[in-house]
Design a protein around this ligand. Structure first.
Ligand SMILES: [Zn+2]
Length: 454
């Protein structure tokens, strides 16, 4: 039997920075090339040179368009990668505006910290030229007798698991796994027959709220803030979370479950991403496809206003409530959300509503953890506004769902590598896989390797 080696370069011992390399003996495939994110949009490690020689790698396969999975692609290309990049078609469409946005943030970060820019526009252009979009389930030959296909991971529009096969045996890199929490994308596929699994564990030790419960909580947060005349501020990732929330708020308003009030989408990026979503209707779930085909505008409603420039953003911040503002970044570590937060921290009528994973060290994480004072650029700010969290809007499987996902594959599985989680979360899931399913499961360390029979 032949052997391959997996190199765990990023997305281990933490959620972000997804970057794995499969060395097949005769070729090398990279899976994802994401940014490490924490307190800042980009941690120092992003600027250090890549731990492999980019020009020796013929293929890069991308699971989905979140920046912690794609954010270092232009750097890879700048440093000499000239191979092929593969993702689904929708991922490619979402990746382009997300990379331009990341480039701007990284340029500010680099200037501020007196570093070289990580990449420039030409590097993104060149990346897009090397990039092919594929539909799900199309098998593509790579090299060294390997082929691969994308399976729907149900996380964000176009998100995929990558199944790599040689001589009938296969390994699946899950990317991020949705848990049926999005009203928009199809359910996660349940693959079988793979020998190896490299899987995410963001919520490896946590359970989510039920769907109806989370909609009720959102409804209550909107009603309570309305009654107080405050602002409901929702930090949201531009890709998926924003579209999910727009859809949910639209539903609540159309059904008159909440009072009518202005809703501001203060994110030019989310605006572009929403347009890219609508350009790929075939990637939505069946119900949404039907609605879109019948002419329904699933993200539009009379109360929704798109905020274009920074001066308009400042104006809506100063406007009296009640109102709802959605802005990025999703972890409050940069972007327009920061000035809105500064505006409402002292306002007891207002609420910050956290709806997604917050990485350790981020401002969002400190808020969820109940900090009464937070620091922004060295300035102490007391937090008097309400802070609430709904985990059900997370686009990730929870602990039970992850275990069930592995269970369905248990007949063929030889080993599971639990990655993309904080250590406690990955460790907990790995333990449960061993105890309940009886399959070997480990949590690889950063920059470690594993040999597999494939
Ligand atoms: Zn993701």
């Amino acid at each position: 039997m032949r052997t391959s080696t997996i190199y765990f370069y990023g997305g281990v011992e933490s959620v972000t920075g997804s970057n794995f390399l499969l060395d097949t003996g005769g070729s090398k495939f990279l899976i994802d090339c994401g940014l490490f994110q924490g307190m800042r949009t980009a941690e120092d490690t992003n600027w250090t040179s890549l731990p492999y020689e980019p020009k020796t790698i013929p293929f890069l396969i991308i699971t989905h368009a979140h920046i912690d999975h794609i954010g270092r692609i232009p750097k890879l290309v700048r440093d000499g990668f000239r191979g092929k990049i593969y993702s689904t078609e929708a991922t490619k469409a979402l990746a382009e505006p997300l990379l331009y946005d990341a480039m701007e943030l990284l340029q500010h970060e680099a200037e501020w910290r007196k570093l070289e820019p990580m990449y420039e526009e030409k590097d993104i252009t060149q990346s897009m030229q090397l990039w092919d979009g594929l539909p799900y389930h199309k098998s593509v030959e790579l090299a060294d007798d390997f082929s691969f296909e994308f399976l729907d991971s149900g996380h964000i529009l176009g998100s995929a698991m990558v199944r790599l096969t040689r001589e009938g045996r296969s390994i699946i890199f899950t990317g991020d796994l949705g848990g049926g929490n999005s009203p928009l994308v199809p359910p996660t596929e349940s693959p079988t027959g793979a020998e190896y699994l490299v899987m995410e564990s963001v919520y490896g030790d946590r359970l989510h709220d039920e769907t109806e419960e989370k909609r009720n909580t959102l409804e209550n947060c909107i009603e309570d803030t309305f009654a107080r005349g405050g602002t409901l501020l929702i930090p949201a990732f531009a890709a998926e979370r924003t579209q999910d929330l727009l859809y949910e708020i639209r539903t609540l308003m159309v059904e008159k479950r909440v009072p009518s009030m202005p809703v501001y989408l203060d994110s030019p990026l989310a605006d572009k991403i929403t347009a890219a979503y609508l350009a790929y209707p075939q990637y939505f779930n069946d119900e949404m496809q039907k609605r879109i085909a019948s002419g329904e505008h699933i993200f539009e409603f009379p109360e929704l206003k798109f905020v274009k420039d920074a001066s308009e953003s400042r104006r809506i911040g100063e406007m009296p409530g009640p109102k709802i503002i959605l802005a990025g970044s999703g972890m409050s570590n940069g972007g327009r959300i920061i000035s809105h937060e500064k505006e409402i921290f002292a306002d007891e009528r207002s609420m910050i509503l956290i709806v997604g994973y917050q990485s350790a060290g981020s401002l969002g994480r400190r808020l969820v953890d109940g900090a009464k004072v937070v620091q922004i650029r060295g300035e102490d700010m007391p937090v008097k506004c309400h802070v609430s969290a709904i985990y059900g809007y997370s686009a990730h499987m929870d602990s039970e769902q992850l275990l069930e996902f592995v269970n369905k594959m248990s007949d063929s599985l030889q080993e599971v590598f639990v990655v993309m989680g904080e250590p406690a979360s990955s460790g907990f899931l790995a333990q449960r896989i061993r105890d309940y399913i009886g399959v070997r499961a480990i949590t690889p360390e950063s920059n470690s390797t594993a040999k597999i029979d494939l």
